[in-house]
Design a protein around this ligand. Structure first.
Ligand SMILES: *Cc1c(COP(=O)(O)O)cnc(C)c1O
Length: 384
């Protein structure tokens, strides 16, 4: 038998989540963000599902030209935007050949663009830094950058305008409204479509919807919000109250379910220590299950004891340290569980939001971090 660890990918859920974007931001253009291998779900797979007629995205956003070329070589015809633009002049020829759009966020890119006339106009977004202070032109430089772009015959007209939100995942932060004001002041009087909202903007801040929205994490069925995920709520991760922070609260459906199987069950006595560093000691006699999943598969090494795991669809707590290939669970509540029984690490029935919180990280990192050796199985395929 091959290794049991598998990520089940539910493409119907993905399409459902795109419909949720359209419901939440009606009439807006949708640039589906599929960078980082489609947040770990398989970029080409995700692009094909979201390019199909019934639920199609208007554009795709990726981080770099190699991601974009993979999409084009796979036959994806949808417009593609490089969210960080190009990093060097040599990329311009490829951008033209593969019909890609760019984000221009820095004067160094403008210099390159002006020095390299192209034969076809490149669809272009001008990015303004409205307060995130990562990429983008300072507000005071926005009008000048726009004039320089406008003067390039090989920049498609009209130029689009974008910014990125730093704190939209916090519904109580005042930064989002300040960013909105800053952005509109910076581009006042300039014509052209605007794009601001990430997933959190789409679901939590209708004033950010503008002309284009850029959903990422919500497409994969995960809540973008930090609500209710304060670490002090979940000391030791014994608190199972995760529903409030899960995508289900926004009618999103998890696309990835990470699964595996029990490969051993053993009985230990009170006082026996389990796993590396003997860091977890049995408080009484218990059956311990060993699951074929570990940090070598992308399961977070920092998942705390008490992190929920589903065995036969029911919650049991993680115990001991996560190792490369295996984790251990306390099967006291399921004394009849046996080798071969199915295990879910996150996804259907167990929100990845909850697991992320127990590992002091965010769902984005868990989804992107699933490694090469985990089999990917699309819904509908057989997997036993
Ligand atoms: C990654 C990214 C997004 C998507 O963010 P989510 O929080 O996943 O919705 C949107 N815009 C830009 C510029 C990004 O880099």
């Amino acid at each position: 038998m091959a290794r049991a660890a598998a990520a089940l990918i539910d493409l119907d859920a993905l399409r459902h989540n795109l419909r949720r974007v359209r419901e939440a931001a009606p009439g807006r253009h949708v640039m589906a963000i599929i960078k980082a291998n489609g947040y770990g779900h398989g970029m080409v797979r995700v692009a094909r599902a979201l390019a199909s007629a019934d639920a199609s995205a208007d554009a795709f956003g990726v981080a770099s030209i190699d991601e974009a070329i993979v999409l084009r070589e796979a036959g994806i015809e949808t417009p593609i935007t490089l969210l960080e633009g190009f990093f060097e002049a040599q990329e311009l020829a490829l951008i033209q050949r593969y019909r890609l759009g760019v984000v221009i966020h820095h004067a160094a890119q403008l210099d390159i663009l002006e020095a390299h006339p192209l034969s076809t106009p490149i669809p272009t977004w001008l990015k303004i830094d409205s307060g995130m202070h990562r990429l983008g032109f300072a507000p005071a430089k926005a009008q000048d950058a726009w004039r320089r772009l406008k003067a390039c015959r090989w920049v498609a007209n009209p130029i689009r305008l974008m910014t990125h939100l730093a704190s939209a995942d916090d519904r109580h932060s005042s930064q989002t409204l300040r960013q909105l004001e800053c952005f509109s002041a910076a581009i006042a009087g300039i014509e052209g479509e605007r794009g601001i909202a990430n997933s959190a903007g789409i679901l939590g801040w209708p004033q950010t919807h503008a002309d284009w929205v850029r959903p990422g994490i919500m497409l994969y069925g995960v809540s973008p919000f930090i609500d209710g995920v304060a670490m002090d709520d979940v000391q030791g991760c014994t608190n199972a109250a995760g529903a409030g922070c899960a995508g289900a609260a926004d009618d999103l459906k998890p696309v990835m379910t990470l699964t595996s199987k029990l490969i051993s069950v053993n009985h230990f006595k009170k006082g026996d220590a389990i796993g590396y560093a003997a860091s977890w000691v049995c408080p009484q006699d218990i059956p311990v299950g060993v699951v074929a999943i570990g940090y070598g598969d992308g399961y977070p090494r920092h998942a705390a004891p008490g992190t929920p795991v589903l065995v036969n669809g029911k919650r049991v707590p993680l115990i001991g340290r996560v190792s490369m290939d295996m984790v251990t669970v306390d099967l006291s509540s399921q004394p009849s569980a046996q080798i071969g029984d199915p295990v879910t690490l996150w996804g259907q029935g167990l929100p990845v939001e909850e697991v992320a919180r127990c590992a002091s990280t965010i769902p984005y990192q868990l989804l992107c971090g699933v490694t090469q050796r985990v089999r990917i199985i699309e819904s509908g395929e057989r997997y036993d």
